[in-house]
Design a protein around this ligand. Sequence first.
Ligand SMILES: Cc1cc2nc3c(=O)[nH]c(=O)nc-3n(C[C@H](O)[C@H](O)[C@H](O)COP(=O)(O)OP(=O)(O)OC[C@H]3O[C@@H](n4cnc5c(N)ncnc54)[C@H](O)[C@@H]3O)c2cc1C
Length: 490
Amino acid sequence: MQRIIYIPFDHLHRNFGAMKGAEPKTDLIAFVESARMTTGRNWNPARLHFLISSARHFAQSLKDEGFTVEYLKAKTTIEGLKEARAIHGVLPIICAEPSSFKQYEQLQEFGVHFVANDFFLTPRPLFKEWADSQKNFLMENFYRQQRIRLNILVEAKKPIGGAWNFDKDNRLPPPKNYIWPQYLEHPLDDIDRQVGDELSYPPPTTWATTRSGALAQLDNFINHHFAEFGPYEDAMTTDNWSLHHSLLSPYLNNGLLHASEVIDAALRAFETGNIPLASCEGFIRQIIGWREYVNGMYWFFGPHYRENNQLNAHRKLLPLFTDSNKTSMNCLKVTISDIQTRAWVHHIPRLMVLSNLALITGVDPQEFLDWMREVFIDAAEWVMVPNVIGMGVHADGGQMMTKPYAAGGAYISRMSNYCKPCKYNPKLRTGETACPFTTLYWDFLDRHREAFASNHRMSQQLAGLNRLSDLPEVNERAREVLEGLSKGQI
Ligand SMILES: Cc1cc2nc3c(=O)[nH]c(=O)nc-3n(C[C@H](O)[C@H](O)[C@H](O)COP(=O)(O)OP(=O)(O)OC[C@H]3O[C@@H](n4cnc5c(N)ncnc54)[C@H](O)[C@@H]3O)c2cc1C
């Protein structure tokens, strides 16, 4: 053996990262299941199961190919790598650039040699070049450049269909009397069951843990959901937990799928003529736009960005985040219990229900970030930090997004079927039955009136606030609501 290739649990692809060009004759492959990773925090067991079982399956596939594989359990990653060297000699250790600042630093300090991280479509220096050239970091500008650079849905540098974005055709509320396609189940195998036993957790069949399962999920999305992806992308309904979302983020993030494979499959389907442009463009934007942008911003902003708290939010994490019985708000009950069941809800509950609540109640951004990191199947530092600190709770003072995503109950009522059976009324802002989102939205704007005064994108909202004749009553109700939420009684 000439070198040790270290495979972190989010680099599980044979053709990318350090495995690209690896040879069974010369390369020993090391995986480390560290106790810090498995027991360090209050992880959702669905997430732990998914990550560990995927890594073990990938390790097995490399053994089947003829590689010598060390799958080590150790206290920390570095302890594990020391063990690999103790067994096989002090060989050079190679790894693709890790996906978090912390792991980058630890491995660099230990002397690991990095090869470029090509799990994304945008090299980190290229993103930095773009960000350095911008006055503000509008995702839409980055996305248009990506379309041209990657030659996707463009002709002569112009967008096909005459527009870059078709969101005006999307954003529909949930349909009524609609037949949703069946979910794809992923039957468990011996490795899945073994990991489940070790975690004392019966895993759901929601998530694949193999490359072939991830590819089946991709096929399922393309064949049964892609055409309708656009219109219902922002809708929320108790009729169906995943709607037409792809459920591909876990595999994109742990390496079982590469973004280029997903884009190729989407474009091939689009070429058949059966996929409306609005759905195709909307989906492509998520992958070559949002996903790449968020990763780029993580590296661009640096390791201290996650500590931002520019709205001075210091409320402790609300009890309802960890226990759906601690609230009567139907939207939150449904969202939190969905997360407990399968560690996933789509982007609108993440943004407009969970983050919106944390934002307008003033929950400490780092406490909220930690909770989000622990509970989602697809969570990773690079993706959660900008999504939560920048987009979700505006803790960076607008460095990433020009205005906060704060909204009252009317938005949730329009985009979901959550409000009808709820005891709170989204149209009311005062009184015992007022929707807490509606009350707190106005109270939030009032609390941060000065901070937002110079933001021209907030002028409409502030003008609305100035027109409220019952602001003192709203503030009074907001105090009661905040107290009730902190006690788990609203
Ligand atoms: C507050 C907040 C937290 C989030 N946390 C995560 C996270 O920890 N991990 C994660 O992968 N996504 C995160 N997202 C983005 C998005 O919610 C999920 O990627 C999506 O819900 C995953 O489901 P899907 O694969 O069915 O997505 P689809 O709706 O089918 O979208 C396709 C793909 O686009 C990518 N994508 C779309 N939006 C984003 C985004 N904002 N950031 C990064 N990738 C994006 C994902 O890879 C996703 O798989 C977060 C969004 C918000 C607003």
